[in-house]
Design a binder for this molecule. Structure first.
Ligand code: ADP
Ligand code: UDP
Length: 236
């Protein structure tokens, strides 16, 4: 496999084409952004930690029967993935209230829901990723009803698998964001799963172990990511 041209440079990753039209390389950079890219900083080791974290989680999910993009870990900061035709909406699953839901619905941070919630947000920084629903997805042609049903089913299954995985490591999976795409017609998990796009709290102390440490300037961001990685068994 040969890495060819840069296809897209996002806020945290760079995407490259390869000599295989069905495969891409994702390069995880140290860039860390918050507030729709308004604040960007470099955090030492973040690219490496998130790449290996993501590869570990996606491998666990694949073993649990979730169709995922991952093909091969290429280096500390690069992974070979299936080229997906991305659905331009983010799927957010929540087990407890935090972040935008607290601001939107006025509940206390940490409020435990009776059952997990599922929300959709359009990927659009200029519009601040507005919340959308199934009808918008259908009306704008972002995803069909059938594709949405699959995305929802996989999101809840991922929540079950990962809530258990983190619980065993003494961590609460508060919420997380997923991005799906189509590979040869099948809804497949893409992008990344790392402490950059989920919330993880230490069970005993409720200490934040995720990107909220960066958003809220709490310090020790990568140290917290590394601690989570160590506890769940990611080889760094
Ligand atoms: P952003 O675009 O939000 O700034 P990133 O810096 O993470 O985010 O950039 C990665 C980009 O690559 C995202 O736009 C994401 O949707 C896209 N992407 C992730 N995984 C795949 C994949 N397997 N195939 C095609 N595109 C992907
Ligand atoms: N999230 C993400 N990318 C986004 C928006 C949210 O990865 O563009 C993740 C975020 O890290 C959290 C979950 O999705 O784990 C829910 O985020 P929320 O809607 O609470 O927004 P926030 O307060 O993080 O802006």
């Amino acid at each position: 496999m040969k890495k060819l041209a840069e296809l897209y440079r996002g806020k945290a990753k760079t995407v490259y084409t390869t000599d295989n039209p069905d495969l891409l390389v994702l390069e995880f950079r140290n860039d860390t952004s918050a507030f729709d890219g308004q604040r960007i900083e470099q955090l030492d080791r973040k690219g490496m930690v998130n790449n290996k974290f993501n590869y570990f989680i996606m491998s666990q999910l694949r073993a649990a029967g979730i169709p995922t993009q991952v093909e091969k870990l290429l280096s500390d900061t690069e992974v070979l993935v299936k080229k997906l035709d991305m659905v331009p909406v983010e799927c957010v699953v929540r087990n407890r209230a935090a972040g935008s839901l607290v601001r939107r619905l006025g509940v206390e941070e940490g409020y435990i829901f009776n059952s997990p919630t599922f929300e959709l947000f359009l990927k659009n920084d200029a519009l601040h990723d507005p919340m959308v629903n199934d009808y918008h997805c259908k009306a704008f042609g972002w995803a069909t009803d059938e594709q949405l049903a699959k995305m929802k089913e996989l999101s809840f299954k991922i929540n079950t698998v990962l809530s258990e995985l983190f619980a065993k490591a003494g961590l609460i999976l508060v919420d997380f964001k997923l991005e799906f795409g189509l590979y040869k017609g099948e809804i497949t998990l893409g992008d990344e799963f790392s402490p950059d796009n989920c919330r993880l709290w230490e069970k005993e102390t409720l200490k934040k172990m995720d990107k909220d440490r960066f958003r809220q300037s709490l310090g020790g961001v990568i140290e917290a990511y590394e601690e989570v990685a160590k506890r769940i068994g990611v080889p760094l």
